[in-house]
Design a protein. Structure first.
Length: 210
């Protein structure tokens, strides 16, 4: 996750640490999305994991499939956990909106639930930038919580957060407008493994850079 006004994503995820992994790493739809991505990647592909969290399941699955993974997360606690749990990948603590990334330098980008604490304009700008970071024909796996909300304050696993998102049709259209062809779209309802959790809709898109 990345920072916005109010309670920062770094503070939220520093506090949650490994609790976040326990709550979300078991998502069958997330793992299905990773299998779809790895099934279409050439051997030894270079992958950027935006909002890499604890490294599980995303970076771990990609490394196990033989790919070169570079993770970025705004939370130093998450980066430390990821580096320890997935030593075959590299991780950096940074806000991806400010990180220098060479154009056409990655074969794939993963953005699993890493946009929700950005404004709508920031989400659009980042997705368009990630399209340029991908090589022609490169792949994007992106997931969000498809709700029509903007700047809504709430609680996430007991921590205050401010959330912005799009409903499913609007998010899919945004991704397409940012330079991607949407190859597949999957929705799921997931209950995180946490006492304060409630069922939440998830949307997974598998896309190709135009």
């Amino acid at each position: 996750m990345d920072e916005t006004s109010g309670t920062s994503a770094a503070a939220v995820f520093d506090a949650l640490g490994a609790q976040y992994e326990r709550a979300f790493a078991g998502s069958p739809a997330h793992r299905d999305s990773l299998r779809e991505l790895t099934g279409h990647l050439a051997p030894h592909s270079r992958v950027l994991d935006v909002g890499s969290g604890t490294g599980r399941p995303t970076a771990e699955a990609l490394v196990a499939a033989g790919h070169e993974v570079h993770g970025v997360d705004v939370s130093p606690v998450m980066v430390e956990l990821a580096a320890r749990q997935v030593p075959g990948a590299s991780f950096v603590r940074a806000d991806v909106r400010e990180l220098v990334l060479a154009e056409e330098s990655f074969d794939a980008v993963c953005v699993y639930f890493s946009l929700l604490q950005m404004t709508r304009a920031e989400q659009a700008a980042l997705l368009a930038r990630l399209a340029r970071v991908l090589r022609p024909g490169g792949l994007l796996s992106v997931a969000t919580v498809p709700l029509d909300v903007e700047g809504v304050d709430g609680l996430f696993m007991g921590r205050p957060v401010r959330v912005t998102s799009f409903d499913a049709p609007a998010f899919t259209a945004l991704v397409a407008d940012c330079g991607f062809t949407v190859l597949s779209e999957h929705g799921a309802l997931f209950v995180p493994d946490h006492p304060d959790a409630t069922p939440e809709p998830h949307l997974f898109l598998h896309c190709r850079r135009d």
